[in-house]
Write a protein that binds this ligand. Structure first.
Ligand SMILES: Nc1nc2c(c(=O)[nH]1)N[C@H]1C(S)=C(S)[C@@H](COP(=O)(O)O)O[C@H]1N2
Ligand SMILES: [Mo]
Length: 179
């Protein structure tokens, strides 16, 4: 079923506010910061050696297109939560190597995945290599490509599009497009 106001598209449209970062996986680090018991730094190999899960999460862009059949493989957000133990977190601020950021309510973040693969293959550079957050039931701007930091917050903070008027939560079923 499609969320209100969306139409079905065949393929993802590549959308970046800036250029595609070039990443040397040997130097890649994902930082977990904020209101947590202990800060963590995870390399690409660390992420690859953790439990790998598979989720089917469609993409719903706020511009109106939706792509239904997408399979994501990687580390479940709940694994990150269980090793970092955030205290009373309200939002996860996702930050990316291109300077992008987006605010994701904790109750949606915890159902998401840090994807290393899309449709059975390593995520292509334009879709977020090496690591992309994919969050169910939120517009696709909340699914940060080239993820490099997850900051757990006890209150809301704007990210890139939220600063420009897009919704704090962004639930596709409630059509929360703009603030
Ligand atoms: N790091 C980063 N993540 C991002 C973006 C971006 O510009 N930078 N654009 C967002 C927006 S607005 C959309 S619609 C989707 C597009 O994902 P795609 O290019 O894989 O289709 O990525 C989201 N994640
Ligand atoms: Mo978007």
């Amino acid at each position: 079923m499609l969320p209100p106001g969306q139409y079905e598209a065949e393929k993802l449209k590549v959308l970046n506010f800036s250029s595609i970062p070039e990443v040397d996986v040997g130097d890649y680090t994902l930082r977990i910061t904020g209101k947590i018991e202990r800060a963590l730094r995870l390399s690409y190999d660390d992420l690859r050696s953790m439990n790998q899960a598979e989720l089917r999460i469609p993409a719903h862009c706020v511009e109106g297109w939706s792509v239904a059949d997408l399979k994501w493989e990687g580390v479940l957000a709940e694994e990150i939560i269980s090793i970092s133990n955030p205290e009373k977190s309200e939002y996860a601020l996702l930050k990316s190597l291109d300077g992008y950021s987006t605010a994701v309510p904790f109750e949606y973040f915890e159902r998401g995945i840090l994807a290393l693969k899309m449709n059975g293959k390593t995520i292509p550079p334009e879709h977020g290599f090496p690591v992309r957050a994919v969050i169910p039931d939120l517009y696709f701007w909340k699914s940060a490509k080239w993820l490099c930091e997850i900051e757990f917050l006890d209150s809301y903070m704007d990210g890139f599009w939220e600063k420009r008027g897009y919704h704090e939560v962004g639930d596709v079923w409630l059509e929360q497009r703009r603030k």
